[in-house]
Design a protein around this ligand. Structure first.
Ligand SMILES: [Zn+2]
Length: 305
């Protein structure tokens, strides 16, 4: 899921092989992408399911529980074999198709555990997007390496968007598959309590230890200058945190803070902006810079220490 500021529905959208971003040309036939027909504010043109390799392939993010999409993957690979199903995280636009693909192909499902049950009533509208049914057949660890036919993939644990978020690197090409951790067209939504702003920033910094040629998010176009892009996101989040601290001199609650900080933005974005502000405030309270009047929720009152 991402928070889209520039969403434009692609005209005449239909399920198709996604070569419009030149993926097959720039990287040979090693990487393919099939886009699911689930365009939205959170998925842009839809979920991009990646196919790595030829003959014996890995899948990254099988996508939503949509038979048309699953059949499109099966059809593309009818003369090939899926050996690995990798999942970046447990949101319904990323993981549910893993189950049916596993049934069809017997390929193991790799993921960083189930989605933790830390249900928060106040945020129940977000819970709808969570795939609580997901269960990997193989639990992966940070920095674990997987070898396939002519490809090697490294798992990089990147908590923040969700606590079980994994980015994958195709080592031979130094290509990063960033799931929802990095998106070129949108800000990643951090929804507490499972989403965590401090973890998110740490995970961004962690990626700076690598050197990637290009990054392909699960939704939308590629990110070319990966390190610069990551640095700009870190800067943006730090700036936002400073703005929140400044606004706290006058305002003491999230609704008011959001009205000030997002005054130029469409009010339709306010619910997502409130979540992001909440995530920042949780992190500020943890760092001891802010206190809250009660257990931190959207309706808490905050004060600078
Ligand atoms: Zn997501």
């Amino acid at each position: 899921m991402g928070k889209n500021n520039k969403y434009k529905k692609e005209p005449n959208f239909s399920i198709k092989m996604d070569f419009e971003y030149g993926i097959s040309k720039s990287l040979g036939n090693k990487i393919r992408r099939i886009i699911a027909n689930n365009p939205s504010n959170f998925t842009l043109y839809g979920t991009g399911t990646y196919i790595i390799g030829e003959g014996e392939v890995a899948i990254i993010d099988p996508g939503p529980d949509d038979d048309l999409h699953i059949n499109a993957i099966a059809k593309e690979l009818e003369k090939e074999k899926i050996t690995h199903i990798f999942v970046t995280h447990t949101h319904k636009d990323h993981s549910p198709a893993a189950k049916k693909l596993h049934k069809l192909t017997k390929a193991p499902i790799y993921g960083f555990g189930k989605h933790p049950k830390n249900f928060n009533k106040e945020l129940s509208f977000v819970e709808e997007g969570i795939d609580y049914d997901f269960s990997p057949t193989i639990n992966i660890k940070d920095n674990e390496i997987f070898k396939g036919k002519n490809w090697t993939i490294r798992a990089i644990h990147t908590p923040g968007h969700t606590s079980n978020h994994i980015c994958y690197e195709l080592i031979e090409e130094r290509v990063l598959f960033s799931g929802d951790h990095l998106m070129g067209w949108s800000t990643t939504v951090i929804v507490p309590p499972d989403g965590n702003m401090s973890d998110y920033l740490e995970s961004l910094n962690k990626l700076l230890n690598f050197s990637f040629n290009i990054c392909w998010p699960t939704h939308g176009p590629p990110i070319q200058n990966v390190a610069n892009f990551i640095k700009s996101i870190i800067k943006h989040r730090i700036r936002r945190e400073k703005q929140i601290l400044k606004t706290l001199e006058e305002k003491d609650n999230i609704t008011e803070i959001v009205k000030v900080l997002y005054k130029d933005k469409d009010p339709a974005l306010y619910p997502a902006a409130s979540l992001s502000t909440l995530a920042h405030l949780i992190s500020l309270v943890k760092k001891g810079q802010v206190i809250s009047d009660k257990k931190i929720t959207l309706s808490s009152k905050f004060k600078i220490v």
